[in-house]
Write a protein that binds this ligand. Structure first.
Ligand SMILES: [Ca+2]
Ligand SMILES: [Ca+2]
Ligand SMILES: [Ca+2]
Ligand SMILES: [Ca+2]
Length: 578
């Protein structure tokens, strides 16, 4: 401002008076920029601001160590931590989740501390990286697996609302373990008299939202994830009727890769609503449920890839609680679980899936593709080449329902191709050498009824989808699709070949104007997640290149590598007495 005289009109003068009455110039939310070469430390020794020190600044609302928000800024809600390109190696070990009590009344104690182990975030904040391939957050190579913790934990009981946004980073190498607490009573129901065991189980290998530790009681005479009874500690934030703070997680342009959990949700444990956009969740391994994502909130996953994750239930995603989950523009491929290779949903969850592909997932027992107990709507979805065991004679591999009450999975413009059952993973642990020799079961059910309904214009390569029987449905027809490939867009798709019966055989849906790749839908549209444009339909010999996948079901080329990675999983368990 110059020193020359100026006139104030009455309106401007009033404005200044209001500002003066407020006591100060408006202050901005704080922004901290982390130094990529700073040591991971909670107490400053290097005069540089580390990620841990930055989050401690946000949590405490004051400059910590060498982290300084500029003077016109004040800590409050929605502060920002900027993470320039670099690799951020965590090295401060220690666990802030433990247990207390005397058998049988153990409870989990969850005291979030960003000073040790996982980076605990207890205030609303944005973490902004320079892009997932540029900003990497991981445990340092010198830190042994057993000393690692997850990467980020969003939880507190001290603040009413915590909304965290993470953008443009990779989160990798996180670990959570279960700790042995004590032996319980003898299990008299077991044919072999055997003591039950108490464990503290920690969820969320990469990112956890909510109280992610709980005490479980396990009967060693049994196997499987149903063999665990929770005992306190697993508060479910954001669930109606459950008091406590509410949390929200927004992930944009984030990769969550190669994390492990001896608990639910190896990649992401979302005990709260989550919005995930342009996210890659891959190579994560859980010994319980939710290899990629364990979700218990009203969540949306958009334009994302969920691949090569493993778990006991829900290799790609495990969905539970009472909420609605929307999946669009997303590929789920090469995930593996005992039940629900790509998707496993519980009865309270309504799933809306559109413009998405489930391909090449494995279910050692059942439901390699879409395995659900609740209501769902699938529109413009392609479900192909998923392979299951032979858990039940009526079970399906592409879609398997086990309805709880009067719910159904409704299909419209859905393409089902070469989903197989009958694989014996005890004989062929890497997946079947010859999928074409297995029985085809695009649709099926566990229990008493096929709760799959048609809203029209579906196509199945076999005759197993007996309830897809409207005039516009096509059964036992070779869909003529390409292998899972990059056909443009952000995610992998199965292109339609030029002579596919799915071409122009769909019904227009005003809410769906593009395909999975973002290409415009035509009128009438094609069935499935991929739209072949009319010009290509009439002039080309194929949609997106690659070899065709016939009705006999060739394994996708990406599958063998994913299967090899899966092998290291099932023996991966640790038990620690202390
Ligand atoms: Ca420092
Ligand atoms: Ca923690
Ligand atoms: Ca911590
Ligand atoms: Ca078309």
């Amino acid at each position: 401002m110059t020193q020359t005289k100026f006139k104030l009109n009455r309106k401007a003068l009033f404005g200044l008076m209001v500002l003066a009455a407020a006591g100060a110039m408006p202050v901005q939310a704080a922004t901290i920029t982390v130094d990529p070469i700073a040591l991971d430390e909670a107490v400053d020794t290097d005069a540089k601001c580390s990620l841990r020190e930055a989050v401690l600044s946000i949590n405490t609302g004051g400059n910590t160590g060498a982290c300084v928000a500029v003077v016109t800024e004040a800590y409050g809600t929605n502060d920002t931590v900027t993470l320039p390109a670099g690799t951020y190696n965590l090295s401060v070990t220690g666990f802030d989740e433990s247990w207390s009590g005397i058998a049988p009344n153990f409870t989990a104690d969850n005291v979030p501390s960003a000073a040790i182990g996982d980076i605990d975030i207890i205030k609303s904040v944005r973490l902004v990286g320079a892009g997932a391939d540029a900003t990497i957050i991981q445990w340092g190579a010198a830190i042994a697996d057993a000393d690692r913790d997850r990467i980020f934990h969003i939880y507190t009981t001290a603040v009413a609302t915590v909304n965290v946004a993470i953008e443009g980073v990779t989160i990798t190498g996180g670990r959570t373990f279960q700790d042995f607490i004590a032996f319980g009573a003898d299990d008299l129901a077991s044919p072999v008299v055997q003591a039950t065991e108490y464990y503290l189980r920690r969820a969320g290998g990469g990112v956890a939202v909510g109280a992610a530790a709980n005490v479980v009681l396990i009967d060693p005479a049994l196997v499987g994830d149903e063999n665990a009874a929770g005992r306190g500690g697993s508060q479910r934030p954001g669930v109606p009727g459950v008091p406590g703070p509410t949390f929200g997680l927004t992930l944009t342009g984030v990769k969550v890769q190669d994390n492990q959990a001896q608990g639910d949700g190896a990649g992401i444990y979302a005990g709260a609503p989550m919005t995930a956009t342009n996210v890659v969740v891959s190579g994560n391994t859980s010994t319980v449920n939710g290899g990629g994502i364990y979700n218990e909130g009203d969540t949306s996953v958009t334009n994302s890839t969920i691949s090569g994750n493993k778990a006991e239930g829900g290799g790609g995603v495990f969905l539970t609680g009472t909420n609605t989950v929307t999946v669009s523009g997303t590929a789920l491929s090469g995930n593996r679980a005992i039940g629900g290779g790509a998707v496993s949903g519980r009865s309270g969850v309504t799933i809306n899936m559109v413009n998405s592909t489930l391909s090449g997932n494995l279910g050692d027992d059942v439901g390699a593709g879409f395995y659900h107990q609740g209501a769902a709507s699938l529109r413009f979805v392609t479900i192909a080449n998923n392979i299951s065991g032979a858990d039940a004679p009526t079970a399906g591999s592409g879609i398997n329902v086990f309805p709880s009450g009067a719910v159904a999975v409704a299909l419209k413009n859905v393409l089902l191709a070469a989903n197989k059952v009958g694989w014996d993973s005890t004989v062929e642990p890497n997946g079947p050498a010859d999928p074409a020799a297995l029985a085809s079961a695009n649709c099926g059910y566990t229990g008493s009824s096929m709760a799959i309904t048609s809203s029209g214009n579906n196509l199945s390569s076999d005759a197993s989808c007996t309830t897809l029987n409207l005039a516009t449905d096509k059964n036992n027809v070779d869909p003529k699709i390409g292998a899972l490939a990059n056909n443009g867009g952000l995610t992998l798709t199965h292109a339609l070949l030029a002579d596919s019966p799915a071409l122009s055989a769909g019904a227009s849906d005003a809410a769906v104007t593009t395909d999975q790749r973002g290409q415009p839908r035509e009128s009438p549209p094609d069935i499935g997640a991929f739209e072949l444009d009319n010009i290509t339909e009439s002039t080309s010999s194929g949609g997106g290149g690659g070899c065709a996948v016939g009705v006999d079901g060739q394994v996708d080329p990406v599958l063998p590598a994913l299967l090899a990675a899966a092998l290291t999983f099932f023996g991966w368990r640790r038990r620690t007495a202390r």
